[in-house]
Design a protein around this ligand. Structure first.
Ligand code: PGA
Length: 248
């Protein structure tokens, strides 16, 4: 089954997030082969969206979490509170949170903490254009995966998603070739296998739109897509969901 993760970033308010979540549930009615779908609204919308999703097949994800369990961390949200409001998964290591100072070591700590609190994790990795042009993409991602996942021991209850998101592809309209995506995905899977982290879903993210999604979703090395811009409008989001459903 293919996965669609909708990262709504800071694009939608509470009412808009609720309306979009309702729209997705409506769109799924009568659909056979519903793909694995996760939506990630902004923090203040999580609780309301969680009530809308209820026990539906759509899962709720947060966009980040703090490294510590609890304490004097103004402006932060803990894994425990995310669980309390019905969150099932969390995006970690997104380039936009990394740009605010999140390191691979932080992501490692967050993965460990999130798993201990029973959250699934969606870990984003990816190289800059300079790294790509220097021919160092695979080495760079190898180092990211090593720092983040060494010493992590998920159980069967946890789902681990790794989203390969080249920094230069996010929000830019540019995408790598499917050959490049496929070779990075294969390397990620092999490395995680060696770290004894099995059954990982490896997704592609960065400028995915209905017009280019087929190529990614149709490839055996791509377990799904993480979508930003095209996931905040019901029409394009449902087109992506339908595509994933046909290819599941
Ligand atoms: P984009 O964002 O689809 O708008 O490029 C992807 C992401 O940030 O995960």
């Amino acid at each position: 089954m293919k996965t669609i993760i909708a990262n709504w970033k800071m694009e939608l308010g509470v009412r808009e997030s609720v309306a979009l979540a309702r729209g997705v549930l409506r769109g799924l009615r009568g659909m056979q082969d519903v793909p694995n779908i996760l939506v990630a609204p902004t923090f203040p919308a999580l609780f309301e969206v969680s009530k809308v999703l209820g026990r539906s097949r759509v899962q709720l994800a947060a966009q980040t979490v703090h490294t510590e369990e609890q304490g004097a961390y103004t402006g932060s949200v803990s894994a425990k509170v995310l669980k309390e409001v019905g969150v099932q998964a969390v995006i970690l290591g997104h380039s936009e949170t990394r740009a605010m100072g999140e390191t691979d070591e932080d992501v490692h700590q967050k993965v460990d903490l999130a798993l201990r609190h029973g959250l699934h994790v969606i870990v984003a990795v990816g190289e800059s254009m300079a790294t790509r042009e220097a021919g160092e993409t695979e080495g760079f991602i190898h180092d990211q995966i090593k720092t983040i996942f060494t010493g992590i021991h998920p159980t069967k209850r946890h789902t681990i998603y790794v989203a390969y998101e080249p920094l230069w592809a996010i929000g830019s309209g540019k995408v790598p070739s499917i050959q490049d995506v496929s070779s990075v995905h294969t390397a990620i899977k092999q490395q995680l296998d060696e770290l004894d982290i099995l059954d990982v879903s490896v997704l592609y993210g960065g400028s995915v739109i209905p017009e280019n999604a087929y190529e990614f979703l149709n490839h055996s090395s791509v377990d799904g897509v993480l979508v930003g811009g095209a996931s905040v409008r019901i029409k394009s989001l449902m087109e992506l969901i339908h595509l994933a459903s046909e290819l599941s």
